[in-house]
Design a binder for this molecule. Structure first.
Ligand SMILES: [Zn+2]
Ligand SMILES: [Zn+2]
Length: 452
């Protein structure tokens, strides 16, 4: 069996990998680079163009794993596409939204390839997406030579790692994984059996978590920040990713209200793509592993939504909580537009709950001090940062020690490190070399093929 890295650089970027046996070709994830544009954002799919693809596996519905699925499907209409039922619903919403985003970027920045696919094509291609449950093996090729099994990855709703068995070998691909319970989602339910090869994400390889960190304490600190924020007469803005983080934050607000820490009548606003994604989370509230079984956002909470269709802006009022996407406050998104009349008010609180790339407004604000001028959108007036800013760790990715434990437990002969910046992958390589000297550890270069 052979493994090929299809990304254009060894980084988090756009995730896609090819597994090739004597009889079959399987593509693992078809991501889109979150920062690059045009063809630079698309993995290099040339290495198998003109050859038949048996199946495509989608581990979860984040853009860096699912964003170019239609591009591969268009070239390979013969491929069967497998994913969990929640991933299917979320990916459908994500990619239709992505078409809209690409259309406006295409016009604005003159990117002639955009949109990479249209709504009609997407509708047609999505008919080939097949749902598979966790822990229910399925065949990935017509001859039945490659078997796959999904395992809950605890990263976002529907996320999965996949065990692939072919040619008497076992390969496990983690996708993105979190082993700890989040506020709403249960942690990963991964196998621990020995494998021949492990393809492992390394997102947090550079992050050393404080020894006394607990998710519970972080949740309490976050709830307290909301309480303090409202006490002073201001409002609270939480920039969130539409998928996953929004629903985690809403659950925390719900718990704070249930416990009487926040008044029941504190208005909560969400906006942007979050509304649609939250409805999908609700759809699966009874059929997925959760810390709060059956909890339903729109039934159990009063959430106010900005109308996306009419583009009705969400207006500021004191004493309210705003959980708005995007998480990195990218220009033209709801959280970015809202921040313009929010961050200059010293009574307000801005709470960050996720990762921000270096070039984004969220990163600029995190790095700024009170009184600094912040650029929210290139070419527009800067805004003075006067509000309080606090940062929380609610990562959907496993801390590095947990991934290391998994790799040592599964005893792979080969570990292929992916989905991380170079220093992160190097940390894992050095640790594994020390703790498991017989294991071969590989940082695959783009375009490189490795025998498994
Ligand atoms: Zn992800
Ligand atoms: Zn990812």
């Amino acid at each position: 069996m052979q493994f090929t890295h299809l990304g254009r650089a060894a980084e988090i970027g756009a995730n896609s990998y090819l597994l090739k046996t004597d009889k079959a070709r399987v593509v693992l994830d078809c991501g889109m680079h979150p920062k690059n544009e045009g063809m630079d954002a698309v993995p290099d799919y040339r290495s198998f163009s003109g050859e038949a693809v048996d199946s495509i596996i989608l581990t979860h519905s984040h853009l860096d794993h699912a964003g170019t699925l239609p591009v591969v499907q268009r070239e390979h209409p013969e491929a069967q596409v497998y994913m969990t039922a929640p991933t299917k619903a979320l990916t459908d919403a994500l990619l239709h939204n992505s078409t809209n985003v690409m259309s406006s970027k295409g016009m604005e920045l003159g990117i002639k390839e955009y949109p990479l696919f249209g709504h009609k094509e997407l509708e047609r291609l999505s008919k080939k997406w097949l749902e598979r449950d966790y822990k229910k093996p399925f065949y990935m090729d017509a001859e039945g030579t490659v078997k796959g099994t999904f395992y809950d990855a605890g990263h976002i709703l529907g996320s999965a790692g996949v065990m692939i068995e072919a040619e008497d070998k076992k390969v496990f691909y983690t996708g993105d994984v979190q082993f700890e319970d989040q506020t709403l989602l249960k942690g990963a339910d991964f196998p621990s059996e020995p494998v021949d090869a492990l393809i492992m994400e390394t997102t947090r390889g550079m992050y050393e978590r404080p020894a006394d960190f607990t998710r519970k304490a972080e949740e309490d600190r976050f709830i307290q920040a909301m309480v303090d924020g409202l006490k002073g007469g201001g409002s609270v803005l939480i920039p969130v990713f539409a998928m996953g983080k929004t629903q985690e934050v809403l659950t925390l607000i719900h718990l704070a209200k249930e416990r009487g820490l926040l008044a029941q009548n504190v208005p909560v606003f969400i906006g942007g793509l979050s509304t649609k994604m939250s409805y999908i989370f609700d759809e699966f509230s009874d059929s997925t592993r959760r810390t709060l079984p059956g909890f339903n956002i729109f039934e159990d909470m009063e959430v106010q939504t900005g109308s996306r269709k009419k583009r009705a802006p969400i207006t500021y009022q004191p004493g309210a909580i705003y959980a708005l996407s995007s998480g990195m406050m990218s220009p033209k998104t709801v959280s970015n537009i809202f921040a313009r009349s929010f961050i200059n008010n010293p009574g307000n609180h801005l709470l960050f709950v996720g990762y921000a790339e270096q070039t984004t407004p969220a990163f600029a604000i995190k790095s700024a001090s009170t009184g600094d001028e912040v650029e929210l959108e290139p070419g527009k007036d800067t805004v003075t940062l006067n509000c309080n800013v606090e940062v929380f760790d609610f990562s959907g990715h496993a801390p590095r020690e947990h991934l290391l434990d998994m790799a040592l437990k599964m005893q792979p002969k080969k570990t292929l490190l992916v989905h991380g910046d170079m220093p992160a992958m190097e940390w894992f390589r050095d640790q594994l070399k020390e703790k498991a000297p017989d294991m071969e550890v590989i940082i695959p270069e783009p375009g490189e093929t490795h025998e498994i």
